[in-house]
Ligand binder design. Structure first.
Ligand code: HEM
Length: 428
């Protein structure tokens, strides 16, 4: 590795400019990181009003991401796994759910909600999924060429997660809007047109962004509390009813735990699967031979296609862990308190694990991608649900509208956390 290449990486990953670069240049930087004989360290971006640390190690290789994921007693999700800086207390109240907890507390809370994600429950959902997918394609056919993200990919995940939580129809647009804002923090579309990657973050800009996210957290929490009150009077078979009646070691969940859990689920349910579906349409458009293969025998190829889409799209770019003690992993000495970022996008293109990693190959087998997280206690709770949603939506879509294709480049979300597509023109 030349000094110039190293310098280029050093200047990159911790800056907003890096995340505004075209996808190919970012992927090239991660390829160089994987070549290093040690994980690169990046200083943290200093943000007004947020307590930032010294920096983080970038885990770019598959082996490192897998080992850190399966060693939660050393690579802890506390105090925070969903942002590089520790969440300020006023935000942790809304966004500090089980994703930011270690066992045993994490395991107990996860057990309560995992009942809503068992294969039996998913099987029971199948008819509803199918009905929703049919309606979405009816509307698409009536409308003609359209924005695939808002008119197709966003609709099914929103419907499913809101049904699961018992969220009434009339507040669903608000839920969609607020979850977009929470994970779109920093993107000009959600920040009043301000382009932080180009102009830098002023104190005013940071305050504006934090207040918007705080307000979104407050509104979703308020909705969760309202639903919880209703379910206490009138229990149903939705997840909010399960949360209020849950018993963890003789204790009920507190209002704060219910609220933050509600927010985690609506955000995770909404902001991931739609990106996988949208990236999938673009990949199938750009790779006509793979699309032909899928359409030739949909049932045989769809499971492999879904895994390959999640691998190449990697809708969640990274999560963080913090070292609980000094530890050596793959030759590198980490110190207690060090932060590491698990770059799933890079692990999923690791050439020592995936042959021809940039190729879209729906027959790839094995496909040990980490798009749903590495093996360990935090492995995505909604992975099987997401797989079902994509399968049902694509079956309906490609059966009734086999000519559907992306007709332009994706309008990408500016984010170091979510590999999002905000809009994608399509026609058929
Ligand atoms: C393609 C779609 C999806 C992707 C790529 C994805 C990705 C991920 C990843 C990478 C993690 C690991 C976090 C960590 O290790 O710290 C995770 C966790 C999680 N996901 Fe997903 N997810 C998807 C869909 C969903 C859906 C549909 C739901 C729920 C409706 C969901 C709910 C969760 C929850 C609750 C966790 C936290 C699990 C825990 O901390 O034990 N996800 N997801």
């Amino acid at each position: 590795m030349t000094t110039a290449a190293r310098d280029e990486i050093d200047g990159n990953l911790s800056t907003l400019e890096f995340w505004a670069l075209p996808q190919e240049r970012r992927l090239a930087a991660f390829a160089r990181l994987r070549e290093l004989d040690h994980p690169a360290f990046f200083q943290e971006l200093k943000l007004p009003f947020v307590k930032t640390g010294a920096g983080f190690y970038a885990l770019a290789r598959h082996a490192d991401v897998v080992e850190a994921s399966r060693s939660p007693h050393i690579f802890s999700s506390e105090p925070c796994s969903n942002s590089i800086a520790d969440l300020p207390r006023f935000l942790a109240r809304y966004f500090g759910s089980m994703i930011n907890m270690d066992d045993p507390r994490h395991a107990k809370i996860r057990r309560i909600v995992s009942r809503a994600f068992t294969p039996r429950v998913l099987e029971k959902m199948e008819d509803d999924l199918q009905r929703s997918a049919t309606r979405i394609v009816d509307d698409l056919l009536a409308k003609g060429s359209t924005d695939f993200v808002t008119d197709v990919a966003a609709r099914l995940p929103l419907q499913v997660i809101c049904d699961m939580m018992g969220i009434p129809e009339h507040v669903r647009p608000m839920v969609y809007d607020r979850t977009n804002l929470i994970l779109g923090l920093g993107d000009p579309e959600y920040m009043g047109g301000k382009n932080y990657a180009r102009d830098g973050i002023t104190r005013f800009g940071a305050l504006y962004g934090l207040l918007k996210v705080l307000a979104a957290g407050y509104e979703l929490n308020h909705l969760a509390m309202k639903l919880a009150r209703q379910r206490r009077r009138n229990p149903g078979d939705d997840l909010v009813s399960a949360l209020i009646s849950a018993n963890v070691d003789g204790e009920s969940l507190t209002d704060q735990e219910i609220g933050s859990f509600f927010i985690l689920l609506v955000v995770a349910g909404n902001e991931t699967t739609r990106n996988a579906m949208s990236h999938g349409l673009k990949l199938l458009t750009d790779n006509p031979e793979q699309r032909a293969l899928l359409l030739e025998d949909f049932d045989a190829h769809i499971p492999g296609a879904v895994e390959e889409i999640v691998r190449l799209a990697t809708p969640v770019i990274q999560f963080r862990r913090t070292l609980t003690r000094d530890h050596v992993m793959n030759g590198h000495e980490y110190k207690a308190g060090d932060k590491v970022l698990l770059f799933y996008n890079s692990a999923n293109r690791d050439e020592t694990v995936f042959e021809n990693p940039d190729a879209f190959d729906i027959t790839r087998s094995p496909n040990p991608h980490v798009g749903f997280g590495g093996p360990g206690p935090h492995f995505c709770l909604g992975a099987n649900l997401a797989r079902r949603e994509i399968t049902v939506m694509y079956r309906e879509l490609f059966t009734r509208v086999p000519g559907i294709r992306a007709t332009g480049e994706p309008d990408r979300l500016f984010s170091s956390f979510i590999n999002g597509i905000k809009h994608l023109p399509c026609a058929f």
